[in-house]
Design a protein around this ligand. Structure first.
Ligand code: CUA
Length: 155
């Protein structure tokens, strides 16, 4: 089969680009240790509703101004969808998903996680300013993705 020279050059260019990109991804994963957020904790995604503490999602007081918030991201809602805390509380979020990949982004903070079934993602934030902080799913997860939101109420 005859392949025109320009076409051959273009084909090799495509193959070379693919190799370079795959190499860069491999390098980033190994050299920079890029992993899913808080890669230390895993969970059976088919048993989230039976696995403590995710069987009773919500807030657990861990100190005077510290709570752990266990939340489940299940299409198309977060459970619980709203959490209320006093100003100055440091919240450690633990979030998992029993179905598909979701996002977990809290407006005005650096809490921005990808929630992957089988993993427990974790992030921490101290809420100093009273107000309502919007919690959004920022990974497209289905036709009702835009209804997947909640709030953090800081009083
Ligand atoms: Cu969950 Cu988008």
């Amino acid at each position: 089969m005859h392949i025109h020279r320009s076409e051959r050059v273009w084909l090799w260019f495509g193959v070379a680009t693919l190799i370079v990109f795959l190499g860069l991804i491999g390098f980033a994963a190994i050299a920079d240790g890029i992993q899913p957020p808080s890669h230390s904790q895993t969970i059976d995604p088919t048993k989230v509703a039976q696995t403590p503490p995710f069987d009773k999602p919500g807030i657990h007081q861990t100190g005077d101004h510290a709570v752990d918030a266990y939340m489940v991201a299940r299409y198309p809602a977060f459970t619980p969808s709203t959490i209320s805390i006093p100003a100055g509380t440091e919240v450690t979020f633990y979030v998992t998903s029993p179905d598909v990949v979701h996002g977990f982004y809290i407006e005005g903070t650096d809490v921005n996680m990808t929630i992957v079934p089988g993993w427990v993602s974790s992030s921490q934030h101290r809420f100093m300013t009273p107000g309502t902080y919007l919690l959004l799913c920022n990974e497209y997860c289905g036709v009702d993705h835009h209804f997947m939101y909640g709030s953090i109420e800081v009083k």
